[in-house]
Design a protein. Structure first.
Length: 182
C-alpha cells in the first residue's frame, strides 16, 4: 500500500512539472517577436549550416554557408530559395514553414497537445496538419524553440537544429523582401 501512495505522489508531481514546463514554453513563445539563430539542417543525410532570423508571423530570412550563396526568404506569403544559379518561388501555404512560422497556430497546437520529454533535455510536441507531420522541440530549461523535424516539399525528411538563439532584436523590415530572380 505504501508503494501505491508513493506512485500516486510521484505521478502527481510529474504531471504538475510537465504542466508547468508547457505553461512556461507557451509564455516564452508569446513574448517572442523574433528570433535569430545559427542552424544545422539535415535533409536525408545532407548537412547544411547557416544563420536565420524568424519574425512572427511567417517571415524568415536564412543565409546558408555554401559556395552557391543560398538564401531562403519568406515575406509571409511567398517563400523564395535563391542561389547564384537557381531561383525557386513557392506559396508558403504549400510548405511546412507555413505552420512552423505561425506563432498563433503553434500556441494553439501546444495548448491542446501532450508534450513528451526527450533525453531529459528537450520537450517535444508532434502534430499533423494538412498532410504535414511536424515535430517541434523546445529546450527543457530555457523553453526556447530549438528545432523541428518535418517532411519538405520534395518528401525528404528535414531536421533543423537551432543554436545561439537571440530573441527580440531590432530588425530591418526589408530583410524579408523576396529577392529578385537572377
Amino acid at each position: 500500500m505504501k508503494n501505491f501512495y508513493l506512485f500516486i505522489i510521484f505521478s502527481l508531481l510529474t504531471t504538475q512539472t510537465l504542466a508547468s514546463t508547457k505553461k512556461n514554453i507557451i509564455e516564452n513563445l508569446q513574448k517572442t517577436k523574433n528570433i535569430s539563430f545559427k542552424f544545422e539542417q539535415n535533409i536525408n543525410g545532407k548537412i547544411e549550416n547557416g544563420n536565420c532570423i524568424i519574425k512572427y508571423p511567417k517571415k524568415i530570412f536564412c543565409q546558408y554557408k555554401l559556395k552557391n550563396k543560398k538564401i531562403l526568404v519568406s515575406d509571409g506569403k511567398l517563400l523564395a530559395i535563391k542561389t547564384i544559379t537557381s531561383y525557386y518561388l513557392y506559396p508558403i501555404k504549400k510548405t511546412p514553414l507555413n505552420l512552423i512560422l505561425d506563432k498563433d497556430f503553434i500556441l494553439n497546437k501546444i495548448n491542446s497537445l501532450n508534450d513528451r520529454i526527450v533525453d531529459d533535455k528537450f520537450i517535444n510536441f508532434t502534430f499533423k496538419e494538412n498532410d504535414n507531420e511536424i515535430n517541434l522541440f523546445f529546450d527543457k530549461n530555457t523553453h526556447n524553440l530549438i528545432g523541428w523535424q518535418t517532411i519538405d516539399i520534395y518528401q525528404n525528411i528535414s531536421i533543423t537544429y537551432l543554436s545561439s538563439i537571440v530573441k527580440n532584436q531590432k530588425l530591418k523590415e526589408n530583410l524579408f523582401t523576396i529577392p529578385k530572380q537572377n
